[in-house]
Design a protein. Structure first.
Length: 316
C-alpha cells in the first residue's frame, strides 16, 4: 500500500471558503508519457479524483490534490522542440484574444501608462504584439525552455520567477495579463493577490479562463453525441480551477481588486495548416460571429454559450 500514490483532501472552497462541495465530475490521471522522465509522476496513472463544485459561489476544484512534491511543476515540465516553439511564436490563432485584451487595457489606462507584465508568457507571442502596439512589455514564464525562447524572440525580459518575487524586487507595472493561466494553478486567490502586488496604483489586470460549468456541459453533450468519446474537463488536473462568472469576480475582489467586470472572452481561431483554407475561414467566421452574438446577449456571460470568461479589474 505504501507504493500507491497518495492525495491530500480539500474540505473548503479555495475562493469563498464554503464547505458545501458537490461532486460534479471525475478526473482521471494518465502520466504514462513520463514513465522514463519522471517515474514518480507516472505512478499516478490510473488514479481518479472527484471534481467538486461549491454550492455557495459555483467554483469548481478537485476533492483532493496529489501529495507528490511539485506535482504541477513536474507535470508541466514539457520538453518542447525548437521548431515547435518557433511555430507557436509565429502562429496567430490567439491573436484575437491578445489584441482584444490589449485594446481593453489601453482604454482603461491613460496614454502615458503602458508598462505591461504578461504572466505565463509561454513563447512570447503576446509580448511581441504588445511591443508593436506601443507597450513596454515583459513576461513571467517558469518553463525554462519557453522562457529562454521568449527572451530571444522578443528581446525583452522574461522572468523565471513568480509575481511575489518580482514584487519583492520593487517592480511595478501599469497592467498585467493572465491569459489561459489561472485555471492551471491551485488556490487561485493568493496567485491573483501576488499579481496585485506588482501593479502600480490604479493598474489593471486582465484574466482569461474557461467557464467551468459551460465547458462541462459542452463535454457531456459531446459524449452523448459521439460514440466512444468521454467527457473530460480536468484529467491530470491540468485544469485545477473551474470558474463561474461569480467566482471569478469574487476571487479578484478577495485579492484586493475593484471595478471588476466579467464578460465573454474572445475565442481561439483555427490556425493556418489545420484543414483546408475554405474550411478554416468558415470556422473562424463562425467563431467570431458566435463570440459577437454571445457578448451582445443580455446576461450572455451566464449562458452555456459563454465557454470562456474574460475579466478586467483595477487595483486601487
Amino acid at each position: 500500500m505504501g507504493d500507491v500514490p497518495r492525495f491530500s483532501p480539500l474540505g473548503q472552497c479555495w475562493v469563498c471558503g464554503g464547505d458545501r462541495l458537490v461532486r460534479v465530475h471525475e478526473a482521471i490521471f494518465d502520466h504514462s508519457a513520463f514513465r522514463d522522465q519522471d517515474p514518480e509522476l507516472a505512478a499516478y496513472t490510473g488514479q481518479r479524483v472527484a471534481l467538486m463544485r461549491c454550492a455557495r459561489c459555483g467554483f469548481g476544484q478537485p476533492a483532493a490534490l496529489p501529495v507528490l512534491p511539485q506535482y504541477f511543476a513536474r507535470m508541466y515540465d514539457q520538453r518542447w522542440s525548437g521548431d515547435w516553439m518557433a511555430q507557436e511564436f509565429a502562429s496567430d490563432y490567439k491573436d484575437l484574444i491578445f489584441r482584444t485584451v490589449l485594446g481593453a487595457l489601453a482604454r482603461r489606462l491613460p496614454p502615458g501608462r503602458r508598462t505591461l507584465l504578461d504572466v505565463g508568457a509561454h513563447v512570447g507571442r503576446l509580448i511581441r504584439l504588445a511591443l508593436a502596439e506601443g507597450w513596454d512589455a515583459e513576461g513571467i514564464e517558469l518553463n525554462p525552455q519557453t522562457s529562454a525562447f521568449a527572451r530571444r524572440a522578443t528581446g525583452r525580459p522574461v522572468h523565471q520567477l513568480d509575481a511575489h518575487d518580482l514584487a519583492e524586487r520593487g517592480r511595478r507595472f501599469d497592467a498585467a495579463t493572465l491569459i489561459d493561466v489561472l485555471e492551471h494553478i491551485p488556490d487561485p486567490v493568493p496567485v491573483v493577490a501576488g499579481i496585485a502586488r506588482v501593479l502600480a496604483p490604479g493598474g489593471w489586470v486582465a484574466v482569461k479562463v474557461p467557464h467551468g460549468p459551460a465547458q462541462l456541459r459542452k463535454e457531456v453533450l459531446r459524449a452523448r453525441l459521439v460514440r466512444g468519446y468521454r467527457a473530460t474537463v480536468a484529467d491530470n488536473l491540468v485544469h485545477v480551477n473551474h470558474f463561474t462568472p461569480r467566482s471569478l469576480r469574487l476571487a479578484l475582489e478577495r485579492a484586493g481588486f475593484t471595478d471588476v467586470r466579467v464578460t465573454v472572452a474572445a475565442p481561439e481561431l483555427v490556425p493556418h495548416g489545420h484543414g483546408g483554407t475554405l474550411r478554416r475561414l468558415l470556422m473562424n467566421g463562425a467563431r467570431r460571429s458566435f463570440y459577437t452574438t454571445t457578448r451582445a446577449l443580455p446576461g450572455g456571460v451566464h449562458t452555456p454559450l459563454a465557454l470562456h470568461l474574460q475579466a478586467y479589474a483595477r487595483i486601487p
